[in-house]
Structures are given as C-alpha cells and as structure tokens.
Design a protein around this ligand. Structure first.
Ligand code: SDX
Length: 393
C-alpha cells in the first residue's frame, strides 16, 4: 500500500502513509495545514483554532470553537492523585521526562475513549482533554523543577494565557499577562502544530499502529521529540549562540567547525530533512522575534548573534551548496527566552505545539485502519555460519 516518492536527489523513498493533514514542499518552502497556508493561520488564528482545524479538517465556526474551548477549560485540571506524581520526581528531573511519564499515565485515569467520542471520528473530547491536561502537566513540571507551588488552571483564561499564568504566577508575585507575549506564544505553537511525517509523528503513528492507546503513543512521540536533532534543537541553538557570544563572537571558529568532517559539531538550527530552502516557519518566527523585542523594548545579545550568524552562513558556499538555511528552531528559543521560559522547557514547548498534529495523525492512522507498522531493512550481515561450540571459541 505504501507508495514510492522520488526525492529531488532522485533517491527513491518509501512513503510510510497517505495523509490529508499537512502538505509541505521542501523546495518551495510551502507548509499548509488542511490546505490553509501557515502564514495566514499564524497571522489570523489562535492556537486552539488551528488545533481544531488540524483535528477536524475544517476551520471551526464560532459555536464549534466555543464548545472546543469549553471542553479545554473543563479538562484543564489533573486528577488529584496525579498531583502526587510531582512529589516523587527528583528535583532535577527533566521536564520532558516528567511530561512523557505523566502523559502515559493519563490512561490510568481517563478512558482512552470518552463516551462522547466517535470511535474513529476525530476523538473530539479525548483530544480536548489531552491538549488541556498536557498543558497543565507542562506548567506543573516547570514549577516542580524550580521548587515552587503548583498554580492551578483558571477557567477565565484562554489556552496560552492559562499556560503562562500556571508557569509564572506566584503567591507573592502575581503574573501580569501581556498580550504581546500571548500573541507570540500562539504563533509559535501554531507553527509547531504539525509537520507531516517527522521523526516524532512517525513514532506516534508507528506505536499507535500496534493498537497502543493514544496516551502511550503520544508519550512515545514526546520521547522521540527529545533528541537534539529534532525537538531538542532550539535548546541546542541557545547553547551554541551562548558559546559564540562567550567566545568573543568568534563566528568563523564555529562555522569552520561545522564544515569539518572530522568534527561532529553542526550549526544547530540550520538544515532540514525536507526543506532545502528557508523553512517558512523560521521566516515567521524571525519576524515575531523582531516584533516582540520592539514592542516590549527588549534586548538579547543572542538575537544579534543569531542574525549575524545567519548572515554569514547565507553567504557561505559550503552551506548554500548544501541548501542549509535556518529551520524552525533557529529563532524560536530566543522568543521563549524573552518569555522567561528556561531552555530545558523548550522541547516541552515543542511538544505542546505538536500535540494537535500527533493526535490528528494518530486518529487518521486509526481511521485508515493502517496495518501494524513494520519497516523493512537491507540485511548486510553474514549469510550462514557454522555453529562453534564453546570449547572451540
Ligand atoms: C526539526 O522532520 C521534520 O519535519 C523536523 C522538524 C519538525 O517540525 O518536526 O522540522 C523539526 O527537527 C528541525 C531540525 C532541527 N535540527 C537541527 O537544527 C539540528 C541541526 N541540523 C542537522 O543535524 C541536519 O540539518 C538535520 C538533521 C536537520 C537534517 O539532516 P539531513 O537532511 O540528514 O542532512 P544531511 O546529513 O543529508 O546533510 C547534508 C550535508 C552533509 O554534508 P555532506 O556530507 O553533504 O558534505 O549538509 C551537512 C551534512 O554534514 N549538514 C550540516 C548541517 N546539516 C547538514 N552541516 C553543518 N551544520 C548543519 N546544521
């Protein structure tokens, strides 16, 4: 059933599935969710609205969006038993390990299928529950990591406002919600909401194809996203920019290291498996960076470092010949820093954004009743060898 697609390089690659959720053109730098260009969605929608689109295939009517937002509000709390999970993680537990563990455990408290769910039709209620509770888990994991009291979700706040409030509100220092920060967070989450068959989404589909429940499949996707070549990249970008800054802005040293085949160092935040031009998301995030810094009169030397690095790379034949341009991770971390979000939470932010895509892709796999995933291999080992008894080894 899997088709073959011929890549630009002429290399035949097997398509792992068919999907009508996200279309991307790596050569032209095009990315659409359910046929809508991300540029228009990022400029005009909330993350909740785009999550509804990705999950249901249509932009929501006002009533449908209000109902979805109502579900998100009513599901924001975690079962009180689950609050004790956070007492037992070690103080330095990575927020991604807390997220994957706790999301997996949701299965024990909430039915995989809600009575309002249509078995193969979008998992509306379960999707709203998972989106809302994962946001709460993410904020709780941050509070746990800094030893602060958990801040519960508020029914008066929308998705992004609630997350920021749960992250930064304190009993002795109330958090002031800023529209510019909320707008930038909406944009960032929208731009991460789905991306075809990337590493973590393929993981979610593969695990789900075995019949594993939605929560276990999403937990596997969180683990796949954690790697520095995937969702951990924006954390690595900040570390790279900080190193360049600390190294007297010795850009050439890092650019030459990235070219050195004997060195494993790569300019993280550059290059992409599919995009061989500017990642369309990076363009929007770079502009959002400039907007929020201007509006809030912020300054971060790492933004200047990032822009100069991009400029140098964009005129270097080594990178141009290999179609290496900034990807979604190159500027996103700088905005998260401006929001006060620490680097170990960056992959968690990526997971919050990607969650609608993971759920929609998992649901699509179920609807298509895909057979269990079973990638094949090209065997390169010994063909047949005679057994050697221990005494002769
Ligand atoms: C994400 O798949 C998705 O859609 C992912 C994602 C999503 O939304 O889910 O878009 C999110 O994961 C974005 C990528 C984040 N990762 C990074 O920024 C890590 C840094 N990037 C590289 O590791 C790399 O570019 C990858 C992993 C992103 C892509 O790897 P490829 O396509 O396998 O690249 P390649 O190995 O084929 O590279 C081709 C050439 C090689 O040189 P040659 O052997 O041809 O001489 O380009 C070089 C590579 O060495 N190269 C780089 C480089 N990336 C590739 N050289 C320096 N710096 C880099 N970043």
């Amino acid at each position: 059933e899997t088709g073959f697609i011929t890549l630009d390089s002429g290399f035949m690659n097997t398509a792992s599935c068919t999907s009508d959720i996200t279309y991307l053109d790596g050569k032209k730098g095009i990315l659409n969710y359910r046929g809508y260009p991300i540029e228009e969605l990022a400029a005009n929608c909330s993350f909740t609205e785009v999550a509804y689109l990705i999950l249901h295939g249509e932009l929501p009517t006002f009533e449908a969006l209000e109902a979805f937002k109502h579900d998100m509000r009513r599901f924001a709390l975690l079962h009180e038993d689950m609050i004790h999970f956070f007492d037992h993680f070690p103080p330095n537990a990575s927020p991604m390990s807390i997220l994957s563990t706790t999301v997996n455990s949701l299965h024990n408290y909430y039915p995989e299928m809600d009575e309002d769910d249509d078995p193969y039709g979008g998992y509306t209620v379960t999707a709203a529950r998972l989106l809302s509770k994962t946001r709460t888990i993410a904020a709780f994991s941050y509070k746990k990591s800094i030893g602060h009291p958990l801040v519960y979700p508020s029914p008066r706040l929308n998705y992004c406002e609630n997350f920021l409030n749960m992250m930064f509100d304190r009993p002795n220092l109330p958090y002031k919600i800023q529209p510019e920060i909320v707008s930038a967070l909406n944009k960032l989450l929208i731009l991460h909401a789905d991306h075809e068959q990337n590493c973590s989404t393929s993981t979610v589909r593969l695990v789900g194809s075995s019949g594993a429940n939605l929560y276990a499949s999403i937990s596997a996707g969180v683990s796949a996203l954690w790697g520095p070549l995937h969702g951990g990249a924006n954390q690595a970008v900040i570390e790279m920019l900080e190193n360049i800054y600390a190294d007297d802005k010795d850009f050439e040293k890092y650019i030459e290291k990235a070219k050195d085949k004997n060195d494993t160092f790569r300019l993280t935040g550059f290059g992409h498996r599919v995009y061989k031009t500017f990642d369309p998301r990076a363009k929007i995030i770079k502009q959002a960076c400039d907007d929020i810094f201007e509006k809030l009169e912020l300054h971060d030397p790492l933004l200047d470092i990032a822009k100069e690095l991009e400029e140098r790379v964009s005129s270097d034949d080594y990178f141009l010949e290999r179609n290496l341009y900034p990807n979604v991770d190159f500027y996103s971390g700088i905005i998260y820093r401006a929001m006060g979000i620490p680097t170990d939470m960056f992959p968690v932010m990526f997971a919050l954004g990607r969650l609608p895509g993971w759920i929609a892709q998992w649901t699509e796999m179920k609807e298509d009743r895909d057979r269990i995933g079973r990638p094949r291999q090209i065997y390169t080992g010994e063909i047949k060898r005679e057994f050697v008894p221990m005494k002769d080894r």
